[in-house]
Design a binder for this molecule. Structure first.
Ligand SMILES: Cc1cc2nc3c(=O)[nH]c(=O)nc-3n(C[C@H](O)[C@H](O)[C@H](O)COP(=O)(O)OP(=O)(O)OC[C@H]3O[C@@H](n4cnc5c(N)ncnc54)[C@H](O)[C@@H]3O)c2cc1C
Length: 392
């Protein structure tokens, strides 16, 4: 089905697929990324890159670029939804830099990180990313894979990595698996020019308000030029699709009626044209991600709720570990995929459960008892993971 000169195919040019592509190109592999979108643009809002993912970005050679566009303005605090008082800190471990003084938190605009990865890939291989290429079907035999695009074109590869997001076509071709489940929560988000709201932030640019059935998170991105605001609120039903359904300021404000003025004041400053909402979905973890010459990564393998801020980080870590596994045995791709899965699955299964648990604790009706609750985020071992050196 394939020749040894065929590339490794990657479905999806999201954060995960691009990290895998860059790791593979740096390891001397030929890759082709197939992306359904007609163009790669300014999409998404804030993402947090925490220490384990920062190590992955350093491994990819982009650490300095990340630090150039990231906000690193310190420890995020937790505030009471009604009183606005500080009732905790996100990590619960009392510090925001490691022993070398390197920040634990890089808060970035997804579009900046995405563009950085695209540029690095195109510098190494100008034709590596193919747009308007929606994967519709996959087949494999002992020597290769064959991918059918929506337009009927068939592409050959030595292997296929399904990095095509939470509604992954590759996953659906490989496994009989239920589609993502709506988790009864909707996220509202806005990027607000910092000059409009700096006076409302006092000394704490980054923080999370917790309350019954909802949380509101804010942090600067783009070196403090924009404030990323995201409010996640329990919602009975959802019928729309995608990451960018338009929302209104009135709707956002209504969801947070009765919450402290220091956050509703921010919503009142949110530019109406940049207000979006999307629903939270996850899928129960798969028993396996790999079949022969096809494997999954990122949201395609394990969509994770955002309450630990680690869904994007898991995709970044996956990309680096997969790249290392393939670099170690480039002539045995099924073996590399099996070792990648064995190395990564316990980590992502753990983060999946802990993200759900953190959501329950954040949104518990007993906000006054919040400070006494042990939170997954206080577990330092979450951050100690190093995708650049973990055994594979
Ligand atoms: C447009 C967009 C905006 C986002 N905005 C935010 C945000 O603001 N904040 C946040 O926390 N998270 C956001 N996310 C999600 C976040 O990026 C992911 O949860 C996380 O980074 C995991 O990345 P991933 O690469 O596994 O999946 P994704 O980022 O979802 O990337 C999957 C990619 O695969 C492509 N794709 C899907 N199906 C096919 C197919 N059949 N063939 C070819 N290509 C396909 C998609 O177009 C996409 O580019 C966004 C994702 C997308 C796609």
């Amino acid at each position: 089905m394939s020749a040894s000169s065929d590339p490794i195919l990657i479905a999806g040019a999201g954060i995960g697929g691009l990290c895998a592509a860059l790791a593979l190109l740096r390891a001397g592999q030929d890759v082709r990324v197939l992306e359904q979108a007609p163009e790669l643009g300014e999409v998404g809002a804030g993402l947090t890159v925490q220490p384990s993912a920062t190590r992955a970005v350093d491994f990819l050679g982009l650490g300095d670029d990340l630090r150039e566009v990231a906000d690193m303005s310190g420890q995020p605090y937790i505030f009471h939804y009604r009183t606005g008082e500080q009732i905790g800190e996100i990590t619960g471990v009392g510090k925001v830099t490691d022993e070398n003084g390197v920040s634990w938190y890089h808060r970035i605009h997804r579009a900046d990180f995405h563009a950085m990865l695209v540029d690095a890939i195109r510098a190494l291989s100008p034709g590596a990313i193919r747009l308007n290429a929606r994967v519709a079907g996959v087949e494999q035999d002992e020597i290769g894979v064959s991918v059918t695009l929506e337009n009927g074109e068939v592409l050959k590869g030595r292997a296929l990595i399904g990095a095509d997001g939470s509604r992954s076509t590759v996953r659906n071709c490989l496994f009989d698996t239920p589609m993502p489940q709506f988790r009864g929560q909707v996220a509202y988000r806005s990027l607000i020019p910092m000059e409009r709201v700096a006076h409302l932030l006092e000394d704490h640019p980054a923080g999370t308000y917790v309350g019954p059935g909802a949380i509101f998170n804010r942090y600067p991105v783009r070196q403090g030029k924009l404030l990323n605001c995201i409010g996640i609120v329990e919602t009975a039903a959802w019928t729309e699709e995608g990451w960018a359904c338009p929302a209104t300021r009135a709707e956002f404000l209504e969801k947070f009626a009765g919450w402290h003025e220091s956050l509703t004041g921010l919503i009142r400053e949110a530019p109406e044209e940049g207000l979006f909402k999307w629903a939270l979905y996850d899928r129960e973890p798969l028993a396996e991600w790999t079949k022969g010459r096809i494997t999954l990564l990122g949201d395609a393998a394990h969509p994770i709720l955002p309450f630990l801020g680690l869904a994007g980080a898991m995709a970044v870590e996956d990309g680096v570990v997969l790249g290392r596994a393939i670099a170690a045995t480039p002539d045995d791709l099924p073996g590399a995929f099996a070792r990648y899965e064995a190395a990564r699955k316990p980590r992502t299964d753990d983060i999946f459960e802990k993200s759900r648990e953190q959501g329950r604790i954040f949104q518990d009706p007993d906000t006054d008892g919040f400070a006494s609750k042990k939170r997954p985020h206080s577990d330092k071992t979450l951050f100690a993971y190093d995708p650049a050196t973990v055994a594979i």
